[in-house]
Design a binder for this molecule. Structure first.
Ligand SMILES: [Zn+2]
Length: 330
């Protein structure tokens, strides 16, 4: 995974939002939130959240510290400022000291601290964002990180891979998770990120680009670790050298040529020569014949009207949406 940060695009976003009368910090928040949300390897629709701590004028014009945090359920990929409720920072932060807080009461108390009472509900992880005392906080449910944490020895894998990060055992999102993260962060305030087992990852910085790029760097590290441990499902076969594609293609074209009513003028097909790693991996498999035969789950072929169509094998089910590990959008 690579950073897609563009200073040119940041400048354009900032100019557009400032032109519409908005704060610069909020404009950058829109840019970074969309950048994260547009990568399905980081978040799916409604998941993840980001925040920025800034100072805005209160009703009487006096400055007030606020937390602007994504609202629950909004899609990060296309988010607008309407999906960014603004909450008074200090009283929200103080809620973390309560011993317990039910979901309903937390939603009510968070709403009571909104700068605009008509704003949507702040994320269920809003208080958690206040205890991470950095200007910009990003949170995703990155596939690679969750794939590692969900392994039987996921915690060991994560601790080995990210020795400078906080690791929090699985707790369902809500106030209990905030308390667990609060204790963990206080114990290690110089950590470079926080990984929530079977849930996701937080990165932070006072600089928006640094927070975003810390996320990308950590997810990239997790992706590389996954590649390293990946089993090879197709064992390679010993291949004999041929004459290359130029020597083989005319023979194949002759084999698949289709007779027509006119003698000596068969219908010929045009070949596209593709040799991606994944294709070559399958083609060179010692079990290639079994893998592509009917009943293997790799699909059946049938010829109809001259066209070659792929048919879904009965044993292969359509992908279905599966609820997340914690059953909530957070
Ligand atoms: Zn989450």
């Amino acid at each position: 995974m690579q950073s897609r940060w563009s200073e040119t695009e940041v400048a354009a976003t900032v100019a557009r939002y400032i032109g519409a009368g908005h704060d610069r910090d909020l404009a950058v928040w829109v840019y970074t939130t969309r950048l994260l949300g547009q990568d399905p390897k980081l978040v799916l629709h409604g998941g993840g959240n980001t925040s920025v701590k800034t100072i805005l004028p209160d009703a009487d014009g006096s400055p007030v510290e606020v937390l602007c945090v994504k609202s629950s359920g909004w899609d990060m990929a296309t988010i607008e400022l309407a999906g960014l409720p603004t909450v008074r920072l200090r009283p929200l932060q103080a809620l973390a000291a309560l011993p317990t807080l039910s979901d309903d009461r937390m939603v009510m108390l968070q709403r009571r601290l909104l700068m605009d009472p008509g704003a949507p509900n702040p994320s269920i992880e809003a208080i958690l964002h206040t205890i991470l005392r950095f200007r910009h906080v990003d949170h995703t449910h990155a596939n690679a990180v969750v794939s590692l944490t969900n392994q039987p020895h996921g915690e060991d894998l994560i601790r080995e891979l990210f020795p400078d990060s906080i690791v929090v055992p699985y707790v369902m999102p809500g106030f209990d998770l905030t308390k667990a993260c609060d204790a963990a962060f206080k114990a290690d305030p110089n950590a470079d990120g926080m990984i929530l087992l079977k849930h996701g990852i937080f990165t932070w910085s006072d600089d928006p680009r640094a927070a975003y790029e810390a996320m990308i760097a950590m997810v990239d590290k997790a992706e590389r670790r996954l590649q390293q441990g990946r089993a090879m499902p197709f064992k390679g076969a010993a291949t004999t050298s041929g004459g290359g594609v130029a020597a083989v293609a005319p023979i194949l074209r002759g084999v698949v040529a289709q007779p027509t009513a006119t003698e000596g003028q068969p219908r010929r097909l045009v070949f596209a020569h593709r040799t991606s790693d994944r294709i070559m991996h399958l083609c060179n498999a010692s079990a290639a014949a079994d893998l592509v035969s009917p009943g293997s789950g790799g699909g059946r072929r049938r010829h109809r009207g001259g066209a070659v169509r792929r048919r879904r094998h009965r044993g292969v089910q359509r992908r279905r949406r599966i609820p997340g590990p914690h059953g909530r959008r957070a």
